[in-house]
Design a protein around this ligand. Structure first.
Ligand code: F0G
Length: 454
């Protein structure tokens, strides 16, 4: 069969309120043109994030009833730990309430003033946690990863030559190397097994630990299966095991590739570091057998990890983004190619050349999508990354708009509606205008900044 169907039936539904365009224009103006400040029940299709928004399975909901809420020694922790270890070859599994808490703990114990942490591309919370520790975050993705139209199959790869040069100058001040799979901020693009192996080899040469930010590990593993011929006959769990065998630890948000609404972990092999991490965990999250989570959340993650490596799910998952990318290309809308795993990225800079980066072309697309169709997307460009640590502002490497797909939530007719909204926007791109920021916080400004239309 050519049609790739959603490999699930729907048993529980959440109604969507269908607002009018006039209502949405008023709501967006009230939210100062920042879609993070909208109420979610005023959104028709919410593609703000794939994080924590997954539909859980019947098996996950029933696992939740098995949650043991004991403060210490809960069997829910043992089931969680086993599920993580069944896939990922790490010794110490430290549960946190979400990914950024794992990052915070890791960087608070290994990094500090004057240090440097390279990655393919740090996600915004990762960068922010590194900078808060006093260290500097560096993005060393391959050049193809910054060219939206380039068809390289692994645009998330680290530029290993630059990494080597970087370490030749900074190895003594580099406490770890990070690798984000898939590379969210760079378009949801995968990292190849060969690249993970080479980064690991370089890390070993300089005796620096490698940590993988594994939020979307299953999507990355399936891309490896599809695009790296050596692995086409491997099972997804085996590919996952091999990917992480090259690392010394990982940070994880279970809100992505574990189908959970909350959760995360820090995994490590180094016992001394794990002890420091657990001490920090107790201070800020909770006892090591629950971290920042309820026992029921640990159960949902444990079951989710069994489901996420299912190939019929991953086939449908990667087909969703590829289908939308194909349709947007038919409309001549510039998109990041090839399609990423969890999201479709629009190249707003290329689409709206009449809006300079410092007037935020990505924000213009985000606002247009909401006003025309009630679709909520997220700018990943100069609004998110333009503010420099010294307070100045410069254009981000790319001005993208991300449409992130919650897992198992929307159907193909939702995708077709989205295409129709884009067709209407594309019919008059000049109607999209730039913005200026009239109020912004000191860090992570995209969440709460207020805008005015130019
Ligand atoms: N790393 C990556 C690559 C991420 O995409 C995220 C979250 C985190 C770390 C932090 O995890 O949210 O559980 O604290 N990304 C979400 C997103 C928020 O929309 O892309 P968290």
């Amino acid at each position: 069969m050519k049609t790739i169907i959603e490999p699930f039936r729907i048993k529980v539904v959440e109604p969507i309120r269908l607002s009018t365009r006039g209502e949405r224009e008023a709501l967006l103006a009230d939210a100062s043109f920042n879609t993070f400040l909208l109420q979610s029940d005023d959104v028709i299709i919410d593609l703000l994030t794939d994080s924590g928004t997954s539909a859980m399975s019947a098996a996950q909901w029933s696992a939740i009833m098995q949650g043991d809420e004991s403060y210490a020694g809960s069997p829910s922790y043992r089931r969680f730990e086993k599920a993580v270890k069944d896939l990922l070859p790490f010794e110490h599994i430290i549960p946190t309430h979400q990914g950024r808490a794992a990052e915070h703990i890791l960087f608070s114990i290994i990094s500090g003033k004057g240090q440097q942490i390279p990655s393919n591309t740090h996600f915004d919370t990762t960068r922010s946690n590194i900078e808060e520790s006093g260290a500097m975050a560096h993005d060393l993705v391959i050049a193809e990863g910054l060219d939206p139209a380039n068809l390289h199959p692994f645009k998330g790869n680290m530029d290993t030559e630059r990494l080597q040069e970087f370490l030749a100058n900074h190895s003594s001040s580099t406490p770890c190397i990070m690798l984000t799979v898939t590379n969210n901020a760079g378009g949801g693009q995968p990292v190849s097994m060969a690249n993970i192996a080479e980064v690991s080899r370089i890390a070993g040469e300089f005796k620096i630990p490698l940590f993988i930010d594994g939020c979307r590990f299953a999507e990355n593993a399936f891309f490896i299966k599809l695009r790296e011929p050596e692995y086409e006959d491997w099972s997804v769990p085996d590919i996952v095991g091999k990917m992480f065998s090259y690392a010394d630890g990982m940070t994880m948000s279970a809100k992505k590739d574990a189908f959970a609404n909350i959760g995360g972990w820090l995994a490590l092999n180094d016992g001394e570091l794990a002890e420091k991490a657990r001490t920090r965990l107790i201070q800020i999250e909770g006892f090591p057998t629950y971290g920042g989570l309820a026992g029921r959340d640990l159960e949902a993650i444990a079951q989710g990890l069994k489901e996420i490596v299912d190939e019929s799910y991953l086939t449908y998952r990667l087909r969703t983004t590829a289908y939308i990318v194909e349709k947007l290309q038919e409309l001549n809308i510039p998109v990041v190619q090839p399609a990423g795993g969890h999201a479709v990225f629009i190249d707003a800079r290329a689409w709206l050349p009449h809006i300079p980066s410092l007037s935020y072309p990505g924000q213009a697309v985000v606002c247009g999508l909401y006003e025309i169709g009630g679709v909520r997307a997220c700018e990943i460009g100069t609004v998110m990354f333009g503010r420099q640590p010294d307070g100045s502002e410069q254009a981000a490497p790319m001005d993208l708009v991300r449409l992130a797909f919650p897992r198992r939530v929307y159907t193909q007719s939702h995708a077709d509606y989205l295409i129709e909204v884009f067709a209407e926007l594309a019919a008059d791109t000049q109607a999209m205008t730039g913005f200026k920021i009239i109020k912004e916080p000191a860090a992570l400004r995209h969440f709460t900044s207020r805008f005015e239309r130019l």
